[in-house]
Ligand binder design. Structure first.
Ligand SMILES: Cc1ncc(COP(=O)(O)O)c(C=O)c1O
Length: 411
């Protein structure tokens, strides 16, 4: 490998690349906001709600201050629809423990109890077969399911929706990482009762700060969410519910709106980069590239590999080059950390999404239910590694990262 390649720095995400490509649109949109100065519920918010709704195929979209708030709003709206301000502790909402904290936290904030069911090890998503087993055997306290389309990979929505209908449960989709992804031709976030999107800057449709959106086909959920985002009333002096200040701000709406026009290209480029990685890594036995479920359209918000192989304690099968890397980094936890150290030393950033499953976090102690072992999630937290991906990442950089990964196992 030449010196230049050795010195190349590849960050996990360089948002400047996306901005440079869309600078004209984004700058124009921001200038419009500067001219009208309508910062709260400015025209861009409604325009984004309408255009995103048309793109997704959702009858109603409500801009929110974050993806987290969109989840809380969806759940609160479902509780209010049933005539209650919050869910009761006895009400169970089933989700995955292998997700960002916000998913489980939103369930707690809605008053319900999160029930953690293990993932499918191939997709890292809530395992529909385990979900079925729980519902068939369970105490019947479940009121809803909260599937997370992790990394942009669609859950098995056919099975989940069939179970929801059979057991009379609502479905709120966590689509924070999956704007534009689809299942059997339908955009994710529009298949269940509601979908919660995030416009956090690192997301595949990201703003310049926090933002999110709730999508729903249910006019009542939408109307309640519209009240909740502005303190819980139709207007300031007729407050009916315990609400929030959870509006999407105009400036974020303007930025997201500019990017929305390019979403097909952005997601297409992500898929092309993922294909490049998967092809280049296909011969590396110690690695599982991400699965792309048939019937689903993945958007690769993250490109996440599973680093299998032997533990660091019995590192006999790891090549000499990798071992010298280990000595320098001092990381001996496992092959995933070894590989991460190897890449870091060579200027390549990676991330672990997520190192701790939700049921192991203090906030959920005594507040969640774990009916069965969560072995797949506990294994995944030790093995997953997300590689750099962004729509305008250069092909040679993708191949460079892939070469470093395969080199680690063969050196
Ligand atoms: C799976 C998942 N759910 C929920 C969220 C919360 O979104 P936000 O950061 O916009 O509140 C995120 C992103 O951070 C996420 O990745």
């Amino acid at each position: 490998m030449n010196l230049q390649a050795e010195e190349r720095k590849i960050p996990m995400l360089d948002l400047r690349l996306e901005y440079e490509r869309m600078k004209e649109d984004i700058d124009r949109a921001i200038s419009k906001c500067l001219a009208h100065q309508s910062w709260i519920f400015g025209p861009e918010v409604r325009e984004l709600e309408e255009k995103a709704g048309a793109y997704l195929g959702a009858a109603h979209c409500v801009g929110t201050s974050s993806g987290t708030e969109a989840l809380v709003l969806a759940l609160r709206a479902l509780a209010i629809k049933r005539g209650r301000e919050y869910f009761e502790k006895e009400d169970e909402i089933i989700t995955t423990p292998f997700t960002f904290t916000a998913t489980g936290d939103a369930i707690l904030r809605s008053g319900a109890t999160p029930v953690f069911i293990d993932i499918d090890p191939a997709t890292y998503n809530l395992d529909a077969a385990r979900l079925k087993r729980y519902l068939e055997a369970g105490p019947g306290r479940a009121v809803g399911i909260l599937p997370v389309h992790l990394y942009g990979c669609p859950c098995d929505m056919k099975e989940i929706m069939a179970l929801a209908r059979r057991f009379d449960l609502f479905v709120v989709e966590d689509v924070a990482q999956a704007f534009g992804a689809a299942w059997n031709g339908r955009r994710l976030g529009t298949i269940g009762d509601a979908g919660a999107f995030s416009f956090f800057p690192s997301k595949n449709l990201g703003g310049f700060g926090d933002g999110g959106m709730l999508a729903t086909g249910d006019a009542q959920i939408s109307a309640i969410a519209r009240m909740l985002i502005k303190h819980g009333g139709r207007d300031k002096y007729n407050v009916e519910h315990v609400g929030y200040n959870a509006r999407l701000d105009t400036l974020q709406a303007a930025v997201v709106l500019s990017k929305l026009g390019h979403i097909e290209e952005l997601n297409g480029r992500r898929r092309a980069i993922a294909a490049l990685y998967s092809d280049a890594l296909s011969q590396v036995a110690e690695i599982d590239p991400p699965a792309a479920p048939s019937g689903g359209l993945h958007v690769y918000n993250q490109y996440t590999i599973r680093v299998r192989g032997i533990s660091a304690q019995g590192a006999g099968a790891i090549g000499a080059g990798a071992l010298s890397g280990l000595r320098q980094t001092g990381l001996r936890d496992g092959p995933r950390e070894d590989l991460q150290g190897h890449l870091r030393q060579r200027g390549v950033d990676t991330m672990v999404y997520y190192p701790v499953p939700l049921h192991k976090m203090k906030v959920f102690y005594g507040r969640c239910a774990v009916p069965y072992m969560l072995g797949e999630s506990e294994q995944a937290v030790k093995e997953v590694l997300s590689l750099p991906i962004e729509p305008f990442m250069r092909e040679e950089d993708v191949l460079h990262v892939a070469r470093l990964v395969s080199g680690f196992f063969s050196s």
